[in-house]
Design a protein around this ligand. Structure first.
Ligand code: ADP
Length: 160
């Protein structure tokens, strides 16, 4: 049985993330979406808010669960008995950082490998930061994120 972890900030989850979740969940037996509780990074949504949105948008995927973690990803993977880390690759700018992380994690635990998914072209330039920027100025984010996120973003930015 292959259990994988898809880690990230998901602040908030976008259609780009959802695309990776759906595609990887078809390949592995169990997928845990790991929401990183990073105290050194300022986030718009709390970890539990991010988890709730992820739960809502993955409800129809039976082999996907949502969890949060802090500290080293390989320690979280070991605790969950996962051997695969799923990451998405967007434009070339992601590559250098992702390669570095994948190599480091493999050195920390040689039983853990990283599986990369290239993004769907329509999501290649989509990031949570862009969505937050557009939403902060009252722009329409419905093409970027699921309805529940649109609703919660409006609430955060007090847009009616
Ligand atoms: P992090 O803060 O770890 O980069 P993110 O939530 O931004 O967390 O991203 C988590 C993972 O999802 C990363 O592997 C990232 O490359 C991938 N990802 C983010 N946006 C997209 C997208 N639009 N298409 C595909 N993969 C994406």
């Amino acid at each position: 049985m292959t259990r994988a972890i898809y880690p990230g900030s998901f602040d908030p989850v976008t259609f780009g993330h959802l695309d990776i979740i759906r595609r990887s969940a078809k390949i592995v037996d169990e997928l845990i979406v790991g929401v990183l509780n990073n105290t050194s990074k300022v986030s718009l949504f709390s970890v539990s808010e991010r988890e709730e949105m992820l739960k809502e948008v993955t409800r129809s995927l039976p082999n996907v669960t949502i969890a949060s973690f802090s500290g080293l990803l390989v320690d979280f993977a070991r605790r969950e008995r996962a051997t695969v880390i799923v990451r998405g690759l967007r434009a070339i700018t992601d590559f250098d950082y992702e390669l570095q992380m994948a190599q480091t994690n493999h050195i920390l635990d040689e039983d853990i490998d990283t599986l990369f998914f290239t993004t769907g072209l329509e999501y290649a330039y989509l990031s949570s930061s862009t969505v937050k920027e557009v939403a902060a100025f009252g722009g329409d984010i419905r093409k970027f994120v699921p309805d529940i996120v649109v609703k919660n973003m409006k609430h955060k930015f007090q847009i009616t």
